[in-house]
Design a protein. Structure first.
Ligand SMILES: C[S@@+](CC[C@H](N)C(=O)[O-])C[C@H]1O[C@@H](n2cnc3c(N)ncnc32)[C@H](O)[C@@H]1O
Length: 201
């Protein structure tokens, strides 16, 4: 990552946000392990005293992630479960979380994709677990079948989150070809366990 660039592409930008807010020794979540790129990054961020919980619903993804992690496997719990069940597996404060939506790259079955209901459920639960000042990054791909539906549901959901609880940004490069992802990032700015929504006030 070049230090002279400020307006990074989406994936490096999401890592920069996490690198600035996650500290050694913390617990973090990779909500979509996939081929393990973000899991490895998170394992490096939390160091030998920290821990990563990495979710995926495909065994092939967890296998690829295990291979990618190499010596850092002992910092990571790989979970063959939906991120919507994060509260079943993680019951402590987390320093941050990352999502990378869509399908598993290079997979034989590209029809296995993240879905709006489980993505939104996971985000809501993760916000409750997140430390004050912590960030959740969501890289959103909308070029595949089902991607547009997830994008719209997600945007509608995050726009309803109360501004006193969470700051929400959308970040994207406007001059890239081939359906690049955009980023949604959420920063917890009030200490809460249950996030409030605008319509509830
Ligand atoms: C774009 S890939 C993730 C890429 C990954 N971050 C990487 O670095 O390679 C999306 C992943 O989300 C997984 N997925 C889909 N629905 C899921 C769910 N409900 N819970 C957890 N993972 C899910 C897919 O199996 C797929 O591996």
């Amino acid at each position: 990552m070049s230090s002279s660039i400020l307006l990074h592409r989406v994936l490096p930008f999401s890592k920069r946000l996490i690198a600035n807010t996650v500290f050694p020794g913390e617990t973090v979540v990779d909500a979509t392990a996939g081929n393990g790129n973000d899991t490895l990054f998170l394992a490096e961020q939390v160091g030998s005293d920290g821990h990563v919980y990495a979710f995926d619903i495909q065994q092939a993804a967890l296998h690829a992630t295990r291979e990618r992690l190499g010596e850092l496997n002992d910092r990571v719990t790989l979970l063959l479960d939906s991120h919507a069940n994060v509260d079943v597996h993680v019951n402590r404060t987390i320093g941050g979380a990352m999502f990378n939506l869509g399908y598993l790259p290079y997979s034989e079955d590209l029809s296995i994709i993240t879905k709006p209901e489980s993505t939104i459920m996971a985000i809501e639960k993760l916000l409750g677990l997140l430390k004050m000042g912590g960030i959740i990054t969501i890289s959103v791909y909308d070029g595949h079948t089902g991607g547009e539906e997830e994008r719209e549901a997600l945007l509608a959901f995050v726009k309803k989150i109360h501004q006193a609880d969470v700051h929400v940004i959308r970040y994207e490069l406007l001059n890239q070809r081939k359906n690049p992802p955009f980023l949604i990032a959420l920063e917890k700015v009030r200490d809460f366990q249950t996030v409030r929504f605008i319509e509830e006030l």
